[in-house]
Design a protein. Sequence first.
Length: 184
Amino acid sequence: MKAIIRVIIGLSLISYPLIIFFGLKYFSIKSISLFLLVLFILRLIIIRKTDQVSVSIGCIGCVLMFLGFFSANQLAVLLYPVMISFTLLVFFVVSILYPPTIIEKIARLTDKNFTEQAVPYTKKVTLVWSLFFFINGIIAAYTVYLADLKIWTLYNGLISYVIIGAIFLIEYIIRQKVKKHYGE
């Protein structure tokens, strides 16, 4: 049952921009904020034993939805993608300054053949993701303040996900070539 709830919450939060877009057409900002606040609280309850990044993102979601509910201002809910990008940027940059990097930690968990030779590569990948989060945060902020809701939804609900997928794919291809080069 917990796994089903986790999937439902995860899918709901991934489709966050669509929930906002369609929700604002049919419901008040207070209703949408309250619904999303409940989702974020449930997510925090379910992930309470996981990493700081997930907890921070959940707390940011709760604060923004709380503000959206009590202010009845859609700005609070539109800022969520901006805040997520900049939160992830901070975590990734801090991990570069105080290693191991986030990418190195993930690599050590997922690759049983991880060697110290791979550390510089994981640092470069962490830098790439940091650059992405910075640029993504700027564009997401642009969509909040200078674009309409359709553009906000298109960028934050589709284009940014396509870019993330492209980065994952490109990095995977490069990683396979790097592994082949080093004979791993």
